[in-house]
Design a binder for this molecule. Structure first.
Ligand SMILES: [Zn+2]
Length: 220
């Protein structure tokens, strides 16, 4: 294996930290879920079958965009086809896949998570549910990529979540927002028939949210 460049080492550290956080935050149990980050044409990704707490700095796993391993001895996650499809099909720089409980529950009930809160706009609009396909398959990867059109997150039917972003932090925040939205929708629908936001209100919220983000950056 060639020597691991600094950027890949840094990405590995970020990937491991995010993966550990998915467990700590209750978004996955044990070794389920997976996290990746793109550095140029290299994808740094969590390995399969190793508890995240056991991963060391020298364990970095990296593949190229065709899935050929370019660093590491451990095998990459079995969901590698899903990650690679999203990197090839979007401008994603980081991806978080979880089995977050509320989002996974919603994935068994509907084809689209109804737009119950304006935060939906941060994910590009009402979140779709990709039809069920076996984990690790090209069919699941294709279904997820289709459900992600014009969105930065989707649900995978009877499986979990996938979200991407320009950074691991953004992908993680979107995952957490999706889980929160799913929880709110479950709470509201358990109590009655929730009032939903029309597309025009979501579009207005999207504009406001993008302005809000720019204000924060310029204030730093
Ligand atoms: Zn999964």
């Amino acid at each position: 294996m060639p020597e691991v460049p600094d950027a890949v080492e840094k990405a590995w550290s970020d990937v491991v930290e995010a993966a550990r956080r998915t467990v700590a935050d209750g978004l996955v149990v044990g070794r389920s879920g997976n996290v990746s980050a793109r550095v140029g044409d290299i994808v740094v990704v969590t390995p399969t079958g190793v508890p995240y707490g056991d991963l060391r700095p020298q364990d970095a796993v990296a593949v190229d965009l065709d899935g050929r391993q370019v660093a590491g001895e451990l095998a990459p996650t079995s969901e590698l086809p899903l990650h690679l499809a999203v990197y090839r099909g979007t401008d994603a720089k980081a991806i978080v896949h979880t089995h977050a409980p509320h989002a996974t529950a919603v994935s068994t009930l509907v084809d689209v998570l109804p737009p119950i809160h304006y935060v939906t706009a941060t994910l590009g609009g009402a979140v779709r549910v990709a039809p069920y396909a076996l984990y690790g398959t090209p069919e699941l990867a294709a279904a997820a990529l289709a459900a992600l059109e014009d969105r930065t997150a989707c649900l995978l039917a009877n499986h979990g979540t996938i979200a991407y972003g320009a950074s691991l932090r953004q992908a993680y925040e979107r995952t957490a927002q999706l889980e929160w939205l799913a929880r709110v929708w479950l709470l509201a629908s358990a109590a009655g028939a929730p009032r939903l936001l029309p597309p025009s209100d979501l579009a207005t919220a999207a504009t406001r949210l993008s302005t809000y983000g720019q204000d924060r950056r310029s204030a730093r």
